[in-house]
Design a protein around this ligand. Structure first.
Ligand code: BT5
Length: 254
């Protein structure tokens, strides 16, 4: 509250001690709640990543939150919202003096390790969006012991990289302020130019060799750029240059 400068994002907050997943709760509430409503939990017992994956969400140590958005758009526009979220988080961290990188389309990395993931889900009808749930998970004050063996080498927290405990409320305020700034031009005129600029400037993929997984195929290529629509432009080994709209991308050798 005290850090917010927004009009509507974060002006209506539901806070829970424990939830299975803030995205699940947000979905239950979305139709009757107004745009910009956020759901925050101290802990998630079944935090979710993409494709049914698990999201580790220990009590009191992270930001586990979901934002209800209601853009008047067709479903194919929704992937852009994830990029808007990533750019807002990057800027929100910067406002706290923390430099981070965006791993298109939905991760935030520091020192090549994941500190944040975004899970964007939607409900639509007659080719129009009813609502979008933007789920954001940020490892704020997690300690080494909070990461299991699988995550030890590929995940980190803001506390681990800065050596300091971070004020979660202040960080949430900074992120939501940036989120609204980037979201309004998109909602009003489909304008994501500022988001694209940040995505390019802070991209960890551009110029690097990556693996792209689409369906059951895995291809090696080099990430060339992010186009004006937010698609990743990849040059594959055979010389073909193609745009990847969403999907699984990993940095080769990481
Ligand atoms: C994501 O999926 O990165 C999206 C994560 C979204 C979490 C938020 S929290 C609030 C809201 N409510 C939810 O239930 N979810 C959202 P994906 O790209 O599929 O990455 C998932 C993978 O990240 C897992 O398979 C693990 O390898 C790794 N992982 C799990 N927990 C992690 C953590 N706390 N930090 C870093 N990596 C983690």
């Amino acid at each position: 509250e005290e850090y917010l400068t927004t009009d509507f994002i974060g002006r209506n907050v539901y806070y829970f001690d424990s939830l299975s997943s803030t995205n699940n709760k947000a979905k239950e509430m979305a139709l009757k709640e107004k745009e910009g409503t956020i759901i925050i939990a101290e802990e998630q017992t079944k935090g979710r990543g993409r494709l049914g994956r698990n999201w580790v969400s220990p009590k009191g140590k992270g930001i586990w939150m979901s934002i209800i958005l209601k853009p008047d758009m067709i479903p194919s526009e929704v992937a852009k919202l994830t990029l808007i979220g990533a750019a807002a988080i990057n800027r929100g961290l910067e406002a706290m003096g923390i430099n981070s990188y965006i791993k298109w389309p939905n991760d935030i990395l520091i020192e090549d390790k994941k500190v944040c993931g975004i899970l964007t889900e939607m409900s639509c009808e007659l080719n129009m969006i009813n609502y979008v749930i933007m789920g954001i998970g940020i490892n704020v004050n997690l300690d080494k012991e909070d990461f299991n063996r699988e995550l030890k080498d590929k995940a980190t927290s803001l506390k681990l990289v800065t050596g300091k405990k971070i004020d979660r409320k202040r960080l949430i305020g900074n992120i939501l302020n940036h989120l609204e700034n980037l979201y309004i031009p998109f909602k009003e005129r489909g304008d994501i130019s500022k988001t694209i600029r940040i995505s390019r400037e802070k991209s960890i993929l551009i110029g690097r060799e990556i693996r792209v997984i689409t369906g059951d195929k895995e291809l090696i290529g080099k990430a060339l750029s992010i186009d004006d629509e937010g698609q990743l432009v990849v040059e594959f080994k055979d010389g073909r240059v193609e745009k990847v709209f969403s999907g699984e991308v990993s940095i080769r050798g990481l």
